[in-house]
Design a protein around this ligand. Structure first.
Ligand SMILES: [Zn+2]
Length: 146
């Protein structure tokens, strides 16, 4: 902590700026890939189809809505450890998007009793964590919609 940045800046791993740049479209837009040969969809993006091993893939934007399959509320690795400056739980979920793709994502800005299997969710762009140079990394999280 410093006088300039009131929140604790803490990193579990060393982030790669190159990797972060390469993965930005997936993180901001939920963009994966679709195989032009067999139609399989992937998230995160791939360079080789996991179904038919084709390299003939195209960018594919997944829908931003889906359903919670499973949720885990963790009070151990709280927001303080990721630079939020407050003790909020991290709610990790498995979400099945409306096109059938399954992703891991956090749920934010939602009352805990609403986070149940089968709840409808929508993607929002949120702060993920602090970079080592103190800038914020943004990416997708989900909120439960009524
Ligand atoms: Zn394929």
């Amino acid at each position: 902590m410093s006088a300039e940045f009131q929140e604790q800046i803490y990193r579990h791993t060393t982030a790669s700026a190159t990797r972060s740049w390469r993965e930005r479209r997936g993180r901001y837009l939920l963009e994966g890939t679709r195989c032009k040969d067999c139609g399989a969809i992937h998230y995160p993006r791939r360079t080789v189809c996991s179904t038919c091993n084709s390299r003939n893939l195209e960018p594919f934007k997944h829908p931003t809505t889906g359903t919670i399959v499973m949720a885990n509320i963790c009070w151990q690795a709280t927001g303080v450890h990721f630079g939020y400056g407050e003790n909020i739980p991290r709610i990790s979920t498995v979400i099945r998007l409306d096109d059938g793709a399954t992703i891991l994502a956090e749920v934010a800005d939602t009352d805990i009793p609403k986070i149940v299997e089968g709840a409808r969710v929508e993607m929002v762009l949120k702060k993920l964590h602090r970079e080592s140079n103190s800038t914020w990394m943004y990416g997708y999280k989900f909120v439960v919609v009524d």
